[in-house]
Design a protein around this ligand. Structure first.
Ligand code: DX5
Ligand code: ZN
Length: 234
């Protein structure tokens, strides 16, 4: 059976930030065996966000041991400096923050030139208007549903309205082509509802890694989301 490209399907993306770093490789394999297809990797620089995580050497080691695709979320100032550094064969998408880039058309084009999906992330307080002149240059829109920097934060309630409006805009302005991703505070209690609003890739960190069996937890959330997902493609 040939599986559909991930950008046309609903996906639960485990956030590596919540892993047990002592068992990193082992946990990635557990997820792979559960049918997970894309991992979410949070790169933080201690400037754009008040935290540090991991960088290219750690991701390079992972790339050598797994076929999972990587969705790389760059929470860094000067994102253009890092495009090539994360250009691994596993990397499907590189996402930069609208608040961190001065020349967004150029930054997104640089990502596409590497053959990756170009993603743009918006902090919870950043309005969707920033996208107005960018639709043709975008492959993925990441709506942050917490302020970036840490796992385990509470979902910001006003994000519901933003997700619903983003889904509408994706239908109107990109014919459903752009992937709508959400990140922060998502779990079994709200995932189905958010997928029903049009969220297509849902990042899940704390609520997945802290509740028992990882593989089983992933399968459960994936099924929940697939049932509820309302595709934005016509
Ligand atoms: C936060 C990160 C998220 C985080 C999500 O800045 O971008 O990807 O890992 O974790 P949870 O699901 O725990 O909010
Ligand atoms: Zn993230």
């Amino acid at each position: 059976m040939t599986s559909q490209p991930v950008e046309q399907t609903f996906q639960v993306l485990p956030s590596l930030l919540s892993s047990d770093f002592f068992r990193l490789g082992e946990q990635v394999r557990e997820l792979e065996s559960a049918g997970c297809r894309v991992l979410h990797l949070d790169i933080m620089d201690g400037h754009f966000v008040p935290n540090l995580t991991f960088g290219p050497p750690v991701i390079k080691s992972l790339a050598e041991g797994t076929d999972l695709l990587f969705d790389i979320h760059l929470m860094v100032t000067r994102p253009d400096d890092w495009t090539e550094a994360f250009d691994f064969p596993n990397t499907r998408c590189l996402t930069i923050h609208a608040e961190a880039g001065y020349h967004l058309h150029r930054s997104l084009q640089k990502i596409r030139d590497c053959g990756k999906m170009a993603g743009l992330a918006l902090n919870p307080a950043t309005p969707l208007d920033v996208l107005d002149y960018l639709w043709p240059n975008l492959d993925l829109l990441l709506i942050m549903t917490v302020n970036p920097g840490f796992g385990g934060q509470r979902f910001i309630e006003t994000s519901r309205r933003k997700i619903a409006r983003a889904a509408e805009l994706i239908r109107e302005r990109s014919d459903g082509r752009v992937v709508l991703e959400i990140d922060g505070g998502v779990g079994a209690d709200n995932l189905a509802e958010l997928a029903g609003l049009g969220a297509q890739w849902t990042v899940v960190g704390n609520s997945l890694y802290t509740h028992g069996d990882l593989a089983e937890g992933h399968r459960r959330l994936q099924t929940l989301g697939e049932r509820a997902w309302k595709p934005n493609r016509p």
